[in-house]
Design a protein around this ligand. Structure first.
Ligand SMILES: Nc1ncnc2c1ncn2[C@@H]1O[C@H](COP(=O)(O)OP(=O)(O)O)[C@@H](O)[C@H]1O
Ligand SMILES: [Mg+2]
Length: 331
């Protein structure tokens, strides 16, 4: 049995198709990530899988339970740390956790033991009796994850677990998530619009755009579809003979000359770069600048969608434009 299975999941809000016929499977013990820009349909997918929203079409099972026919069963085996914080600022960390335990009908004695253990695991025990309003953003996020763990879920849903946090705090949260999988055997379904997060943390990634799955694979296989590294050089004029020498170097896939720029696509940049430079120098070409780019999920996203993942405002405008176009087409 898979931890999650979705078949043709779809959600329509009026004229907006938020999730468009999505299918995927998440294996037990995996960290599975939905990577996509704002508005891609990540939260809507999580809301359907966690029974907060009914799908317009399609079906899904979480830990074997149908999300539409057996929502109570699903809720028993899942935990959710939503995109927006839900912990209460006025209460202490301990009180927040105990409140969550009561919501999930965990007997009080047992709740005390679990809360203590979870607070220790998330290294929040020193702050347990302090009001949450005094917590940092990263501590609040950890507490939110802690609350989602109180009833010992099999599958933990994390919607943008490091949204708006600084780089160091994000890396710390990645470590907590990894040890959750390792030490507690939890399966993770998470969303992110940070490509480094998907790359570093997820065993497999589904790239989502406009509610559709564009590709699903391990980060390294996704990146290998881009095929090789790119060496970008700023140079003086290169003649045909020199560019032919570059092209026939072992490990070189392609050479593109673009005025004062030379783009050399290679198998492994660090191995080929020295020979590229020495050919250029021997042929009297001056090299002003060199940059080597490893393919990232950013490039994968670009090649699958024709847009940059970082270009969030662009994506939003595009969505607005599309829905206007749909409205016009209907009227
Ligand atoms: N309750 C809703 N009513 C109308 N439109 C919605 C609602 N929830 C989400 N949407 C729209 O659905 C699309 C996907 O949203 P969402 O799932 O929140 O994306 P993401 O989490 O990837 O940023 C967006 O265009 C959003 O505006
Ligand atoms: Mg979202």
């Amino acid at each position: 049995m898979n931890a999650i299975e979705a078949h043709g999941l779809r959600k329509v809000f009026g004229e907006i198709v938020a999730v468009d016929n999505i299918s995927f499977a998440v294996e037990k013990g995996e960290i599975f990530g939905f990577l996509g820009p704002n508005g891609a349909g990540k939260t809507t997918t999580i809301n359907m899988l966690t029974t907060l929203l009914k799908p317009t079409a399609g079906s899904a099972r979480v830990w074997g339970y149908d999300i539409v026919d057996e929502p109570e069963r699903v809720r028993e085996v899942i935990g959710l740390a939503p995109q927006e914080l839900t912990v209460d600022d006025e209460l202490t960390g301990y009180e927040n956790m105990m409140l969550h335990a009561a919501l999930y009908h965990v007997p009080k004695e047992e709740a005390r033991v679990r809360v203590k253990e979870i607070l220790e695991f998330l290294e929040l025990e020193r702050f347990a009796n302090k009001k949450v309003e005094s917590y940092s953003g990263g501590m609040k996020k950890r507490l939110e994850i802690g609350c989602a763990l109180i009833h010992e879920p099999k599958v933990l849903f994390l919607d943008e677990p490091t949204l708006g946090l600084d780089v160091q705090t994000r890396a710390a949260i990645w470590n907590y998530i990894r040890s959750l999988v390792r030490e507690k055997g939890v399966t993770i379904f998470m969303t992110t619009h940070y490509m480094d997060e998907a790359d570093n943390l997820c065993n497999r990634v589904a790239i989502i755009d406009y509610g559709r799955v564009k590709a699903i694979d391990t980060p390294s296989r996704l990146k290998s579809t881009i095929g090789g590294d790119l060496i970008e050089l700023e140079v003086s004029e290169i003649n045909g003979l020199t560019s032919e020498k570059l092209r026939t170097l072992p490990g070189v896939i392609d050479v593109v000359l673009d005025g004062e720029r030379a783009l050399v696509k290679v198998v492994r940049g660090e191995e080929v770069l020295p020979s590229v430079i020495s050919i250029l120098i021997r042929d009297g070409v001056s090299v002003r600048r060199v940059e080597m780019k490893k393919p990232s999920l950013e490039e994968v996203f670009l090649s699958l969608t024709g847009r940059k993942l970082r270009d969030e405002n662009g994506a939003r405008e595009e969505i607005a434009r599309r829905s206007i176009a749909i409205r016009r087409a209907r009227s």
